[in-house]
Design a protein around this ligand. Structure first.
Ligand SMILES: [Zn+2]
Length: 372
């Protein structure tokens, strides 16, 4: 009886905590794919013309487009030229090595021009068991890992709901979120996924675009100052006093004027020699770089400037500059685009005893939680 009362209490709490009924506008919106029944995510692992080896500790079965088994054994290799129709690969232990990296779930191979797409079809919770430690150190506090699990799940469902390319939903790189297969899983990050299973963040009844980045450096930034498009209501300029432990909280780099000129030429191949550089900022972050040159004036968005100079060198656009002869000295704060959750901030909040709901509500203002 006591067990029953406790269970009821836990159930009531979880309903109050996350909510559990999809809002009406979420159910009735026919323009987006329904996600409430989707439990498998399709992740592009490779796009290659090279021969690729698929193997498993147990036998793998390979099926052609007509669902006839064409191979059963330990190791199967194929190159793009061999792919005539869709190929599906499964393994009895549900772990398949693609070249040397093990992945859970099944693999589907499809031809695209002269390449083949190698796509991992994997249960979304198992996918997250890899994404969470690929995106955040698995030694971090569990409340930060739970926040990361919900952010990554929400990000995935946002793409599943809006994916135009139904062959795959996301790729495995930083273009979406990093997925390194099951060898990176750990007990605490697995627990963070398990304890938040099915929970996503919604706004207006839809999974939010849950952007995150390493270190904001003191303040996050609203999306429209980084990428083109309308301001998204839950992505705001948000002061953050929790990420000062990050190794990227402050950094310095030097950029030679020749590097600026190379960046300029990527945007404007006919640009002349440099005459002057000015920056337009929002809350200390570069949103535009205006370069005067002998051929006129060329403007780069802050994001383009960072990509052209190297996103690892110019860790963020939150910086000040000073010029010494031909060198521009850059004093920066933070690492990443600065939009949405600051991961080192999440760590700092968790270390101060705040939980994952408080963390997520700080970086994504006004969102609701939903268990699907
Ligand atoms: Zn921060």
């Amino acid at each position: 009886m006591l067990k029953k009362i406790i269970l009821s209490f836990v159930l009531i709490l979880s309903v109050v905590y996350y909510g559990c009924t999809p809002p009406k506008n979420y159910i009735s919106d026919s323009s987006r794919r329904k996600i409430s029944s989707v439990r498998t995510v399709k992740v592009l692992i490779l796009k290659t013309g090279q021969r690729t080896v698929f193997s498993s500790a147990k036998n793998i079965s390979v099926y052609d487009g007509g669902n006839s088994e064409i191979f059963n054994g330990k190791s199967f290799s194929v190159s793009a030229a061999d792919v005539k129709s869709k190929i599906r690969i499964s393994s009895a232990d549900e772990i398949i090595r693609i070249n040397d990296t093990p992945y859970r779930g099944n693999v589907v191979i499809q031809k695209e021009n002269d390449s083949m797409l190698v796509i991992n079809h994997v249960n979304i919770e198992k996918y997250l068991c890899s994404v969470v430690p690929s995106e955040m150190a698995k030694s971090w506090p569990i409340e930060a890992l739970k926040a990361q699990a919900i952010a990554a799940r929400t990000y995935a469902y946002n793409h599943i709901a809006s994916a135009k390319n139904t062959v795959y939903d996301l790729d495995a790189t930083t273009s979406f979120q990093v997925y390194k297969g099951c060898s990176v899983e750990g007990p605490v990050s697995n627990e963070a996924v398990f304890l938040t299973a099915g929970v996503i963040m919604v706004s207006g009844g839809k999974p939010i675009a849950a952007f995150f980045h390493s270190t904001c450096g003191g303040e996050t930034i609203s999306n429209q100052f980084v990428w083109q498009g309308e301001k998204i209501s839950y992505l705001n300029d948000e002061k953050c006093s929790y990420c000062s432990d990050s190794p990227y909280f402050t950094w310095t780099e030097e950029v030679n004027l020749n590097e600026f000129r190379s960046a300029l030429l990527k945007k404007n191949p006919s640009a002349g020699s440099l005459k002057g550089i000015t920056f337009k900022k929002h809350n200390g972050r570069i949103i535009e770089c205006i370069i005067k040159h002998t051929g006129g004036v060329t403007s780069l968005t802050g994001n383009d400037l960072r990509l052209f100079l190297g996103a690892k060198k110019i860790k963020s656009l939150y910086f000040t500059t000073s010029k010494i002869n031909n060198v521009i000295r850059i004093s920066g704060h933070g690492y990443g685009h600065g939009v949405g959750m600051c991961q080192y901030g999440a760590r700092g909040m968790a270390m101060k005893g705040l939980d994952h709901v408080e963390i997520l509500r700080k970086y994504y203002r006004g969102i609701e939680f939903l268990r699907i």
